[in-house]
Design a protein around this ligand. Structure first.
Ligand SMILES: CC(C)(COP(=O)(O)O)[C@@H](O)C(=O)NCCC(=O)O
Ligand SMILES: [Mn+2]
Length: 898
């Protein structure tokens, strides 16, 4: 295991390890809108390269606008960057697709923007638009497939929606950024087949730029892998450097990274992925890298390697800390065995090779880390392929040699460093100052189905996706991912016994692909400014460990038929809707199955992510609002009884009213179509009957009951609240009979109110688009709401024909509605809409309502302003786990800042 010194070692070829059995891809083209991506500017790529064409730029908008839109008349409405890393074995593609133009901003958004003085892209000379970053790979041997892919999507011409494509015009001199040896080798072919020139980018530059980008912009990109356990590590953006980057391709490059664009290739080794695959191919009859890796799962290297115990008569050499199972000499046993190659099991050969090479890489990396005093070693490159045993072996070597001082880390996008770096080298993609909060990672329905004979996901439209899913289901391909996750047994300090494997099929490469989703770029997302400490903030209340996941797997699977029925009905119950419904159910079940196998498969995954995944899957099959008619029905029924409720409330004194209002919120939070228990309940009566019953049951003290503390603070005359952010939850009684009357009380106290609602539908949650209409309806019966809604720009014209019971009241504080940037039943305050972030700046009270936003997430979140968390617990297990309580318990948790 001699380390190569950089001065003597042959410079390894800078390409990736790989082989057959790898196709594409971790991408899909869901048509669902990303939350809150709102843009008005027209941008496109010019004919020659994907850059902004600034000619004829003009300011668009009024002069008072702080940050007016800049109209670029010569830009098309689509900008798409494509970059390639063409290695010896694999071609990696990274491309950016812009969202379709979403300039149709509704009145609410425009007036809110103005009121809150929201601007996007203030730090840039031009705004960056929302879009998606896709990661795709092909075997280099199947270059034609890659060219067909680029051509079918017209990626080299800005995508199929770009004007140049639609007009059929053939732009000349298109330049695509590319790195890797193939950028030289295949330049002519690209020119011939696609008419594009490849602009070569230095491979080291690209690796470093790609790695820096990932660490900076993607949350939980890096992870450690020890004894089968994956643990995500959040690297502090301000403390990223220095680190050692080890890119394990066909050969290995070792780079010391000191900053952005600041690095030095300090070493390398020619014993890398290519060596494993090359020797393996010669010594076994494997036809692909993956096959070889799969064999190692069942190998026993002690039949080939000379172990310490072989030399010491089965004993440890404890004086120097070597256990009997330590490999003394890789392949050493074969010297004295007198056996032919064919007499060794290919499984054992593969494992010996894998261990020899992985240890060697780990050791050389450690020595270089030691040489430069570095503690962090990041491993990338397609040799790793998300293969648990490879990662464990490398980690073990680093841990062993450094005596635990240095840490081996791996990257989820390990194979795409070069391609990402090439992508970053476009001068004006505008992505350099992105932060994690701008990127939302989504796992499209194709993700669980990579590998096997059917490759996916489908590249085209919805119909293709569905038929692909149907084909998949017919074939009955197993939805299992037996990536070995069991802890390999270690014996003392020396090394591992044979790896424990969970099955015979290795989906190493597939799992590597599964570990990355499509990155949705939503420039209008922000960190919520009232978070006490965004760095330590964790939205999920409960860790989704294996046990917990098992529970949620059952709950969500059981709920699926009902959800599909609602979704299909929401689309008219047509045959097409039924087909989509089936496809959705299969896609979501497959995700669940995949996560059941490996809970960390999609990065750090909590219940919030799981519930959001379900909504995203629905959108992917074009179910944009499964509960639309239920929501409408419940809104109407609730609005009909609202005047009576308001009258009843108005007859009470201030203190009694406040209690009735909070009781009302808790009682009405029962209308939750995501909870099995509640859905069962709905069969027993009308919405109004259930609401009455729920109110009657409101017995204090509630399971958490800070009401008195809240009342005291709320009614403090010398220090009234100024502005309350009220995050609402469900449609119908919840918002109409619960939250609106509470908001009205705040307005009555002269407190400005901002209602915060979902950007996209999720179950029966009310959305920010739907809310103004409900406020307007309610305002017909209530002067306070009407004046405030008018002041907040929610109602533009005073409505005719309504009783004007508020004409004598002074000009009201405003009532506004903002969207939260989410399309999920939960909320992650690291990624909220810029609208909400702007509205939050001077708020002194935050109210979170509902199980999703106040219990599953944010129960333990701390804010810089007072916070009131209100919810009814509609799940027995959660009630027990969090509060040692029971289903239908109520939570009123008040957390004043001082
Ligand atoms: C999806 C939900 C979080 C929505 O609850 P809400 O925020 O509307 O109070 C909730 O319905 C839930 O946790 N359901 C779990 C499934 C069940 O208990 O049947
Ligand atoms: Mn809800």
């Amino acid at each position: 295991m001699a380390a190569n010194n950089s001065s003597e070692a042959p410079i390894p070829p800078l390409e990736e390890a790989g082989g057959e059995g790898v196709k594409h891809e971790a991408e899909a083209d869901g048509k669902g809108k990303a939350p809150a991506a709102s843009t008005t500017t027209m941008l496109h790529r010019s004919g020659s390269r994907p850059q902004l064409d600034l000619s004829g730029a003009a300011i668009h908008g009024t002069l008072e606008d702080r940050n007016p839109t800049i109209l670029l008349p010569n830009q098309s409405d689509d900008i798409s960057h494509l970059a390639l890393d063409i290695g010896g074995s694999l071609i990696k593609l990274v491309y950016f697709s812009r969202h379709a133009d979403q300039s149709t901003e509704d009145k609410r958004k425009l007036s809110t923007k103005k009121r809150l003085e929201i601007f996007t892209g203030a730090r840039r000379s031009y705004p960056v638009l929302g879009g998606r970053l896709h990661f795709v790979k092909f075997e280099t041997g199947k270059l034609n497939e890659c060219l067909d892919f680029i051509s079918s999507k017209q990626l080299h011409r800005g995508g199929v929606d770009s004007p140049s494509w639609r007009s059929g015009a053939q732009p000349d001199n298109i330049v695509i950024k590319a790195t890797g040896g193939g950028a030289y080798k295949y330049a002519d072919l690209f020119k011939e087949r696609l008419g594009v020139s490849l602009e070569k980018e230095d491979e080291m530059d690209c690796l470093v730029a790609g790695s820096n980008f990932l660490l900076k912009a993607i949350r939980h990109e890096a992870f450690t892998h020890m004894d089968g356990q994956k643990e995500y590590v959040q690297i502090d953006q301000n403390d990223m450097f220095p680190y050692l980057l080890v890119n394990v391709g066909s050969g290995v490059s070792i780079i010391k990274v000191d900053g952005h664009g600041k690095f030095q290739r300090v070493s390398g080794t020619n014993v890398g992925g290519g060596t494993y695959w090359g020797l393996g191919r010669l010594m076994t009859e494997c036809k692909s890298f993956d096959e070889l890796l799969e064999l190692s799962q069942r190998g026993d290297n002690s039949t080939i390697d000379m172990l310490v115990g072989d030399i010491y008569g089965g004993l440890d050499y404890s004086k120097i800390g070597l256990s009997a199972s330590t490999i003394a000499s890789s392949f050493g046993k074969t010297i004295s065995d007198n056996k032919e190659l064919s007499e060794y099991r290919p499984e054992d050969i593969s494992l010996s090779l894998l261990r020899m090479i992985s240890y060697n890489i780990g050791q050389i990396s450690y020595l270089n880390a030691l040489r430069y005093g570095l503690k962090r070693i990041l491993f990338g490159g397609f040799f790793i392929r998300g293969h648990a045993y490879t990662m464990d072996t490398i980690s073990f070597a680093v841990h062993f040699w450094s005596k635990g001082e240095a840490k081996a880390m791996f990257l989820r996008h390990e194979g795409f460093l070069g391609a990402l770096g090439a992508f970053m080298s476009y001068e004006k993609h505008g992505l350099d100052d992105l932060s994690a909060h701008h990127l939302v990672e989504r796992f499209p329905m194709g993700a669980p189905y990579v590998g096997g004979k059917i490759h996916g996901p489908p590249l085209g439209d919805l119909n293709e996706k569905i038929s692909w899913m149907e084909k998949f289901v017919q074939k009955g391909t197993q939805i299992t991912a037996p990536v070995p996750m069991g802890a390999p047994a270690t014996t003392g300090m020396g090394g591992f016994e044979r790896p424990t494997s969970k099955g015979d099929i290795l989906r190493s490469d597939a799992s590597a692909a599964l570990n990355v989703g499509v990155l949705h770029l939503v420039p209008s997302l922000d960190v919520f400014p009232l978070l006490e400490d965004p760095k330590t903030y964790e939205p999920n209340t409960i860790d989704l460990d294996h046990n917990e996941f098992k529970y949620w797997f059952t709950v969500l699977s059981d709920h699926l038929p009902d959800l599909v029925e609602k979704a299909v009905a929401s689309e008219g119950g047509t045959d097409d809707a039924k087909r989509r419904g089936d496809a959705f159910a299969h896609a979501f079940s497959a995700h669940l199955a995949r996560l059941m196998e490996e809970p960390a498969a999609y990065g750090k995954f909590g219940l919030a992510n799981l519930l959001e995944l379900r909504e995203e899957c629905l959108r992917e099959f074009q179910f944009f609002d499964a509960y639309v008619s239920i929501k409408q029905r419940e809104n109407e029924a609730s609005l009909a009884v609202l005047p009576d409720l308001l009258m009843e409330l108005d007859s009470m004194d201030e203190e009694a009213r406040l209690l009735a209002l909070i009781e009302g919120v808790l009682a009405a939070n029962i209308f939750d179509w995501g909870s099995k228990a509640c859905v069962d309940l709905y069969h027993q009566g009308t919405i109004i009957e259930i609401y009455r019953m729920s109110r009657k049951k409101m017995q204090r003290p509630w399971r958490i009951d800070d009401f008195d503390m809240f009342k005291k603070r709320m009614l403090k005359k010398d220090q009234p609240y100024k502005k309350a952010l009220i995050s609402v939850d469900n449609s119908g009684a919840d918002v109409v009979l619960g939250m609106l009357p509470l908001a009205r009380e705040f307005l009555r106290h002269g407190i400005e109110v901002v209602l915060v609602a979902n950007s996209l539908p999720a179950l029966n949650d009310i959305t920010a688009n739907e809310l103004p209409e409900i406020v307007a309806e309610a305002a017909k019966h209530c002067g306070i709401l009407r004046k405030a809604a008018e002041a907040g720009g929610l109602i533009v014209d005073a409505m005719a024909g309504i009783q004007d019971d508020a004409k004598d009241e002074p000009v009201s504080v405003p009532l506004m509605v903002v969207e939260n940037g989410c399309g999920s039943p939960c909320i992650d305050f690291r990624q909220v809409s810029s609208e909400l972030a702007a509205a939050a700046k001077d708020a002194d009270l935050l109210i979170l309502e509902g199980m999703g936003r106040a219990l599953h997430t944010n129960l333990n979140a701390r804010f810089k302003c007072d916070a009131l968390k209100l919810a009814m617990v509609k799940n027995q297990r959660l009630a027990e786990k969090l509060f040692n309580g029971n289903i239908y318990d109520c939570i009123c948790k008040f957390e004043p800042v001082s």
